[in-house]
Design a protein around this ligand. Structure first.
Ligand code: IMP
Length: 449
């Protein structure tokens, strides 16, 4: 049984949560492998809307084991709040497991995140301010406090005693800010640790056992390819590995266990935070996409920058993630444009770039997008269509063209946030069969789509 990984193809906010929820209905285990409360996944089931920052969307399925794995950074206060809001709504947390190796975001991380951004001035990254970067810094510097430490109060006290002087020196001497008091921090953390303790365990062992016993495993990516710390548009990236490779680094499951890698791509492209965005639309077309697509951050409420679909970046994403299929989302948002544009290359100083310059992203600065222009489809409500074949012909042609450029099939198409607003193109197996497709093989040959 091949595990399935779901990743975002561009700069995040591709609505991965919806696809993870859908595919996850047939998964035995859903594992979130990286990132922290910087993520925001919205899942709509019937009349209910659920917003997740930390807990895998798979928690909505009572049969699915949900793992928050080693690669994550966890803010205990946010997690407890998220858990409480789920239990208030009758969602059981019995299947939730938290890695003892996941790192804890402490209040000083969030404070440093904000102070560092202010200090950077015009070069600020536009982080979510949740302390994610500083927490991963501590992980790499071997100064981190992990979930296993948090739930052992003697160990937590020892660790804080060792690390807090460093953090306070940074806060007071570099940033001229207030220090944290160890006892106050411990008093804040103790009730949170008590609530989380029953869920903290060796998730590597659990995941490994699930894999060797042939369970259907779904990896839930957070953030997205171009935000990857190594493969993304550095320095305008997050501090983890959202690409498919992160699924194995962040969980202990080997790469050979992965069967399918699905990339969630919006029918257009968005970005939050700073950094070059070649297809950004700074006109009323961009505003229109933002309003129709409700392109405001789930985590921060920030308006997202919107633009035409960048397939140079998409092809890079196919390569670096080893995508075997794409899930095309937000197709309904593009309805009503006379023409729709797909960026197929960049031009800079008279030179045509057809490959994403991941090795030197400064080459993106000042790039002009080269567009292929396709006919749009009428401003009709396509959100209630139930068969791919019933979409307007130009909408289908758009999906076909995107898949053709990507070189992998479109396996799912989303026309709205609800589960039932998802179409399966002809020739593609239903999501539940994705776990049975042979390892690393596209779900169907691209030309069938
Ligand atoms: P951080 O992850 O909060 O450190 O932010 C670093 C960069 O990644 C900023 O540009 C954020 O806007 C971006 N980012 C982080 N998480 C997400 C996400 O879930 N969606 C979109 N952008 C994100």
């Amino acid at each position: 049984m091949g595990a399935v990984v779901v990743v975002g193809t561009h700069w995040g906010d591709e609505a991965k949560g919806k696809f993870v929820d859908l595919i996850g209905q047939d998964a035995d285990v859903v594992i979130r492998y990286g990132g922290g409360p910087n993520a925001g996944h919205t899942v709509i089931v019937g009349e209910n809307t659920y917003k997740f920052h930390l807990i895998p969307s798979g928690i909505l399925n009572p049969k699915t084991l949900c793992i928050m794995a080693d690669g994550m950074v966890i803010d205990p206060a946010t997690l407890v709040k998220e858990m409480e809001s789920l239990t208030e709504r009758g969602i059981s947390l019995d299947n939730l497991r938290i890695s003892q190796n996941a790192h804890v975001i402490l209040p000083y991380h969030a404070k440093l995140d904000k102070l560092e951004e202010i200090a950077k001035g015009g070069a600020a990254l536009g982080t979510t301010g949740r302390g994610v970067g500083p927490c991963y810094v501590d992980k790499a510097a071997r100064l981190g406090i992990r979930m296993g430490d948090l739930v052992n109060l003697t160990r937590l006290r020892e660790k804080l005693k060792a690390v807090l002087p460093h953090k306070n020196a940074l806060l007071t001497k570099i940033y001229d800010s207030e220090p944290f008091d160890q006892e106050t921090l411990l008093a804040e953390l103790t009730p949170l640790a008590e609530k989380l303790a029953p869920y903290v365990t060796d998730t590597q062992a659990l995941a490994g056992e699930a894999q060797t016993s042939g369970k259907r495993i779904l990896f839930e990516g957070a953030q997205a390819t171009l935000l990857d710390i190594d493969g993304g548009t550095y320095p305008y990236v997050t501090s983890s590995h959202p690409i498919s490779g992160g699924a194995t680094i962040g969980t202990g499951i080997p790469p050979t266990a992965i069967g399918q890698v699905l990339g969630v791509v919006k029918a257009y492209t968005t970005r939050v935070g700073a950094g070059t965005f070649p297809t950004e639309l700074l006109d009323e077309k961009g505003d229109r996409i933002r309003e129709r697509g409700h392109e405001y951050g789930t985590t921060t409420g920030r308006p997202r920058r919107c633009g035409w679909l960048d397939t140079v970046a998409l092809r890079y994403s196919v390569r670096v993630n080893g995508l075997t299929g794409i899930c095309v989302g937000h197709l309904d948002v593009l309805a009503g444009f006379d023409k729709v544009q797909i960026c197929v290359a960049y031009r800079k100083n008279g030179v045509r770039l057809t490959e994403f310059p991941a090795g030197d992203v400064s080459l993106l600065d000042g790039c002009e997008p080269e567009y292929e222009i396709l006919p749009g489809w009428q401003d009709v409500d396509i959100t209630n269509i139930t068969r791919f074949e019933d979409l307007p012909v130009n909408a289908r042609a758009y999906v076909h063209r995107v898949a053709e450029i990507a070189g992998v099939p479109a396996v799912l198409v989303s026309i709205g946030p609800r589960r039932d607003q998802t179409l399966v193109p002809p020739g593609i197996p239903a999501p539940r069969h994705l776990f049975h497709v042979a390892s690393g093989v596209p779900v169907v040959p691209a030309n069938v789509v």
